[in-house]
Design a protein around this ligand. Structure first.
Ligand code: NDP
Length: 252
């Protein structure tokens, strides 16, 4: 697929070591954007960057932890030194750690909130100046947050994950009221089941639930979601797709 208006953009993609973030980085680079890839696993980022460069794209690997202020500050410095200001920021980093609430896993609650909510806020704080400046200069400027259909559904054991995604969906909607009048687009994407590494961090019992859903409903590919990010970023700058829910056709 080919999209106009992405060539020459400077993108920052979190969660780019795998899954949706990786696919977003690859598709944006294939369309001519310069892409900074953020995640914690440096070797995975290096492999994706190598693949992008081999295909003629421009990309840089920036190992960073979005839950750590200092790590994000250093990443921003590095990106600005390599590429200058960003005009397309995609927050795809996220973790999903389901457990019954009465297990009291405050460690996992903290990790999900720190990554899925505060991590996104750290990135927004870091790049708001860049996005506003790009928009003020008459260029397209995009903030894209990967939330989840889980923001709206209720599943046992997913209370805290769902709450982090509901917070992100609300944050995206509310940010439009601050950024929209200054020509920065904000897009919230809510995927349903997507085949990635997301469920690889959870224990076997919890994973059976996901596997059962995939058996019944199938799953999107990371590429399916990445195509939407490219579509959103390639619209004329007065067009803002604010909210997209994308599901496997069989997912209710
Ligand atoms: P993956 O597990 O494949 O991707 C998550 C990415 O986030 C990894 O690249 C991981 O890399 C990165 N990451 C995790 N923690 C941090 C951190 N502290 N700092 C920086 N990077 C971090 O799963 P998905 O691609 O599925 O997930 C992407 C987003 O999509 C998530 O926000 C998820 O909630 C959302 N989503 C996924 C759905 C699905 O069914 N898969 C459905 C709906 C939404 P590393 O470990 O190297 O840091």
């Amino acid at each position: 697929m080919s999209y106009e208006n992405l060539a020459g953009r400077t993108a920052v993609v979190t969660g780019a070591a795998s899954g949706i973030g990786e696919a977003v980085a690859v598709v944006l680079a294939a369309q001519g954007a310069r892409v900074a890839l953020l995640a914690r696993r440096r070797e995975r980022l290096d492999a994706v960057v190598e693949k992008i460069r081999a295909d003629g794209g421009q990309a840089v690997a920036v190992a960073a932890d979005v839950t750590d202020d200092g790590s994000v500050d250093a990443a921003v410095e590095r990106i600005h030194a390599e590429y200058g200001a960003a005009d397309l920021v995609v927050n795809a980093a996220g973790v999903m750690l389901p457990h019954p609430v009465d297990d009291g896993r405050i460690d996992e609650w903290r990790r999900m909130i720190d990554t899925n909510v505060t991590g996104v806020l750290r990135m927004i704080r870091a790049f708001t100046g860049d996005l506003l400046a790009a928009a003020a200069a008459g260029r397209a400027a995009d903030l894209v947050n990967i939330s989840s259909v889980g923001a709206h559904l209720t599943f046992p054991t997913y209370a805290v994950y769902g709450a982090t995604k509901a917070a992100l969906t609300h944050l995206s909607a509310t940010l439009r009221s601050e950024f929209g009048p200054r020509d920065v687009r904000v897009t919230n994407i809510e995927p349903g089941l997507t085949a990635t590494e997301l469920a690889s961090h959870i224990d076997d019992a919890q994973r059976e639930f996901i596997d059962g859903m995939v058996d019944t409903m199938g799953a999107l590919s990371a590429q399916d979601v990445a195509d939407l990010v490219a579509y959103v970023g390639s619209r004329p700058r007065h067009v803002n797709l604010r909210q997209i829910m994308v599901l496997p056709t069989r997912q209710a």
